[in-house]
Design a protein around this ligand. Structure first.
Ligand code: FES
Length: 263
């Protein structure tokens, strides 16, 4: 589904990170945590490709959705310059979202960098269904630690790690996760972030037989399963088989696909 949506708000929330709220009742009424919008950042021909951005807030009551995104190149730079009242072209909601059903109570959500974006509506859904939610947020430095207050406000416990030690544990969020697992019983894990981070999280979970899901960050062309630019290799088959991140994912069960271990 393709729509022209009006920007309600577009503001910088940390250096290089932006929050954009859109009036999009058609999306808000049916979107699920973990799905994404494929956003056209300009009306001209450059950049040609849309940008896949995770839904960060889904407000069906007010007919709005929000995106939390990082400026990573020309496309997102253009997006960051948009102002309230402008219209942008979006496709969505696209992809397969998170499955919120699991047995047990204790969920841990692990977000690396902008990977925290889709975990916020997921946390809201889990809290509403009576689960206990801990969020582990990994960031480079204190100024780019995102959404701590928002997660706390809906009832999540929040822990932080920063690479430079300016907030929380000094190190990667994978180390914070390992530290957490040593002290706490966990029933289920959801993670979103770069491939090497997800691979580490999966390894820690497999060691302890904790089930979970990962949401992959991937460059995309069409966003709807037609171009194969987002193909990822399926795990556990003799013959090579591929899944599409845009339509089979971006959320996969842990162990379902081979994760990119290269930094
Ligand atoms: Fe085209 Fe996934 S982005 S098939």
């Amino acid at each position: 589904m393709q729509f022209l949506t009006e920007i309600i708000e577009n503001k910088q929330v940390a250096p290089g990170y932006y929050f954009m709220k859109l009036s999009a009742p058609e999306v808000a009424c049916r979107a699920l945590p973990g799905q994404f919008l494929h956003v056209r950042v300009n009306t001209g021909t450059y950049p040609l490709l849309r940008r896949p951005l995770s839904l960060h807030e889904i407000d069906s009551k007010h007919g709005s959705v929000s995106l939390l995104y990082q400026v990573r190149g020309a496309g997102t730079e253009l997006l960051s310059q948009k102002t309230a009242g402008e219209k942008i072209d979006v496709m969505g909601p696209l992809g397969k979202g998170f499955n919120l059903d699991f047995s047990g109570e204790e969920a841990v959500l692990v977000g690396g960098g902008i990977g925290i974006a889709p975990l916020y509506p997921l946390a809201g859904g889990l809290i509403s269904s009576g689960k206990s939610v801990t969020v582990l947020i990994g960031s480079r430095s204190v100024e780019s630690v995102l959404a701590v207050d928002k997660f706390s406000a809906i009832g999540c416990r929040v822990r932080v790690s920063t690479n430079d030690g300016t907030e929380g544990l000094k190190g990667y969020v994978t180390e914070l996760f390992e530290d957490y697992l040593m002290k706490t019983d966990v029933d289920y894990v959801y993670a979103c972030g770069p491939g090497p981070m997800l691979a580490e999280i999966e390894k820690s979970c497999a060691k302890r037989q904790i089930p979970g899901q990962v949401s992959l960050e991937e460059y995309m062309g069409c966003g709807v399963g037609a171009c194969l630019s987002c193909a990822c290799e399926k795990e556990g088959t003799d013959e090579k088989k591929y899944l599409k991140v845009c339509t089979d994912g971006p959320v996969f069960t842990m162990g379902e696909v081979k994760l990119n271990r290269e930094p």
